[in-house]
Design a protein around this ligand. Structure first.
Ligand code: FRU
Length: 484
C-alpha cells in the first residue's frame, strides 16, 4: 500500500475496494459507517458491507465485515436505524440496530433481481443476523430497485422507505420494517435523468436554523452515463413530505447539485443522531463511476468525503442546501500561519515558504478581483483553486494536478456559482493526500475533487489579477490527529 495515497482525515478500507457509504447510524456513543466493499478485489465486484465506527467522526476503527452475500445475492447499498421500540420484535423489547439493504442476485439469461432485505444486531453492530423472511420488498416492474433509506416518520408513527426505482424514487411505509405499503412515486418530469437514480435520502431540515420553518430534502444520486461528461453526481430537491408523497418546492424545478466537483457521490446522512445534537450529518463516496475502477492506488481503492453538516439557507433562489465539514474536524487543526489585512505580495510570499501535502487553508478574499490559489504544487504539476470575479464562479482546476492519464475525462476544470457576502469570498480548502474539498460562501459553493500529485508536490502559490489586492485574512493549518 502506498502511504502517499491514503488520506489522513478520509476514511478508506484497510484493503481493497470501497464504494458507497451505507447504514450510517448513531447508537450508544458510536457513529457507524458501513460501506460497499469488495474485500477480495481492487475493483467493484461481489459486494459486502464493510464496517467502521467512530466516536468523533474523525478517527475510524475498521471492524469485521458486517454483511456477507448469501442465497438472495450480493449486499448492495442501504441504511440502518435504531428500532427504539422494538417494532420488529427482534430485540425482546429492547432497542437494537436494523439494517435495510438491497439484495442483488445475478441470474443466468435474465436481468439481475434486486429486492430489499433486513438484518439485525443485538450487540451494537458487531454481529448481524439476516431476517429469515427476506426479502421483505420486491417490485414486479423495475430491474433497478435499490438503496433503501429508512426513517421513522414521527407524524404518522410509521417507518418510511425511500428507494430508487429506475429513474424515480418510490416511497413505502411500514409499522414494523417487515410489511411495506406503497405510498407514491416521485421524479417523473422533474430533476436530472442523465442516469439511473440511486441512493435516495429523505430528511427534514430547519430553514435558517428556525425550527418553525422546516422543509424536507430529498437527495438523489444519478449514475454515470457514457454521454454525460460529469459522470455520476448527486442532485437534491426541497419540498414537503406527508408520510406518503413528496411535493417539491418551486425552486426544485431547477436541477440543483449537491457538489460542483466530480467526486462526491452516493452521499447519505446519519440516522438517529441525538435530538440534543440535532445535526444532519452526511458522508459521500469520494469518487465517480466514470473512473472509480481505474484510479491510481495500491492496496486499497476508494475513500469517503469528509463528514459534513447539512443545513438549509433561504436565498433569493429558494431554500438552498449548504454544507460545512463536521465541526469535530477542527480538533485536528494546528495553526501554522495567520495573516490579517495582508497585501497580496506578503500573503503570497508567506504561502510560498510553506511545504505541506495535508492542510486547511482558511481565507477571506475581496470578491471584486479574480484570484488563484495553488496547492500541491511541484515542478511540473499544480492544483488550482480559483475565483473568476467576472463569472462569479469558484473552480478547481485539476488539469495539471498529477497522474490523470488513467481516464480521458479525469483532467479538467470544475466550476460552481459563488455568491460573495459583503463583497468577500470566504473559503476553506481542505487538502488531503489525494483530494481537495472547497467550502465557500457559507457552504453554498462546494467542490470535492480527487487529485493524484507526486508526494513531493507540496508547495503553494497565490496570485490575483489585481496586484494591489488586500487580503482580509489568510490562515493555514496543518492537520494532525493523535497517533496517526
Ligand atoms: C451507487 C450504487 C448503488 C448500488 C451500489 C452497488 O454507487 O450503484 O446504486 O447499490 O452502488 O455497489
Amino acid at each position: 500500500m502506498s502511504a502517499h495515497d491514503r488520506g489522513k482525515l478520509h476514511f478508506s478500507a484497510k484493503e481493497n475496494w470501497l464504494n458507497d457509504p451505507n447504514g450510517m447510524v448513531y447508537f450508544e456513543g458510536e457513529y457507524h459507517l458501513f460501506f460497499q466493499h469488495h474485500p477480495h478485489g481492487m475493483t467493484h465486484g461481489p459486494m459486502y458491507w464493510g464496517h467502521a465506527v467512530s466516536r468523533d467522526l474523525t478517527e475510524w476503527e475498521e471492524l469485521d465485515i458486517a454483511l456477507f452475500p448469501d442465497e438472495h445475492g450480493m449486499i448492495f447499498s442501504g441504511s440502518a436505524v435504531v428500532d427504539w421500540n422494538d417494532t420488529t420484535g427482534f430485540f425482546g423489547g429492547e432497542p437494537g440496530l436494523v439494517a435495510i439493504f438491497t439484495h442483488h442476485l445475478e441470474r443466468e439469461g435474465q436481468p439481475a433481481l434486486q429486492t430489499q432485505s433486513l438484518a439485525y444486531s443485538k450487540d451494537r453492530g458487531r454481529t448481524w443476523t439476516k431476517y429469515a423472511g427476506n426479502p421483505v420488498l420486491k417490485h414486479d416492474d423495475y430491474i433497478d430497485f435499490r438503496d433503501p433509506k429508512v426513517l421513522w416518520h414521527e407524524p404518522t408513527s410509521r417507518w418510511v422507505m425511500a428507494v430508487a426505482c429506475g429513474d424515480t424514487v418510490c416511497f413505502y411505509a411500514s409499522p414494523d420494517l417487515k410489511e411495506w405499503t406503497f405510498g407514491s412515486e416521485f421524479g417523473d418530469g422533474i430533476g436530472s435523468h442523465d442516469g439511473v437514480w440511486e441512493c435516495p435520502d429523505l430528511f427534514e431540515l430547519a430553514v435558517d436554523g428556525d425550527p418553525a420553518r422546516s422543509r424536507w430534502v430529498l437527495l438523489v444520486s444519478i449514475g454515470d452515463a457514457p454521454a454525460v461528461e460529469e459522470g455520476s453526481r448527486t442532485q437534491y430537491f426541497t419540498g414537503f413530505f406527508d408520510g406518503a408523497s413528496f411535493v417539491p418546492d418551486a425552486a426544485s424545478q431547477a436541477v440543483r447539485w449537491l457538489d460542483g466537483g466530480r467526486d462526491n457521490y452516493a452521499g447519505v446522512t446519519w440516522s438517529d443522531v441525538p435530538k440534543e445534537d440535532g445535526r444532519r450529518l452526511l458522508i459521500g463516496w469520494m469518487s465517480n463511476w466514470k473512473y472509480a475502477n481505474l484510479t491510481p492506488t495500491e492496496g486499497f481503492r476508494g475513500a469517503m468525503t469528509l463528514p459534513r453538516e447539512l443545513a438549509l439557507a433561504s436565498t433569493p433562489s429558494g431554500d438552498t442546501l449548504v454544507q460545512r465539514p463536521a465541526r469535530e474536524l477542527e480538533r485536528a487543526l494546528v495553526p501554522l500561519l495567520e495573516l490579517a489585512d495582508a497585501p497580496l505580495a506578503a500573503a503570497a510570499e508567506a504561502l510560498a515558504a510553506l511545504r505541506l501535502d495535508i492542510c486547511l487553508i482558511r481565507a477571506v478574499l475581496p470578491a471584486q478581483s479574480s484570484f488563484v490559489l495553488e496547492v500541491r504544487k511541484g515542478a511540473a504539476e499544480t492544483t488550482e483553486i480559483g475565483f473568476d470575479a467576472k463569472l462569479g464562479q469558484l473552480y478547481v482546476d485539476r488539469t495539471r494536478s498529477g497522474r490523470s492519464g488513467f481516464h480521458p475525462q479525469f483532467a479538467g476544470r470544475h466550476a460552481v456559482a459563488a455568491e460573495p457576502a459583503d463583497g468577500r469570498i470566504e473559503l476553506d480548502i481542505w487538502v488531503d493526500r489525494t483530494s481537495v474539498e472547497v467550502f465557500a460562501c457559507g457552504g453554498q459553493a462546494v467542490l470535492t475533487d480527487l487529485i493524484y500529485p507526486s508526494p513531493g508536490s507540496d508547495g503553494f502559490s497565490l496570485s490575483s489579477e489585481d496586484p494591489e489586492l488586500q487580503l482580509p485574512s489568510l490562515r493555514v493549518f496543518a492537520l494532525e490527529l493523535p497517533g496517526r
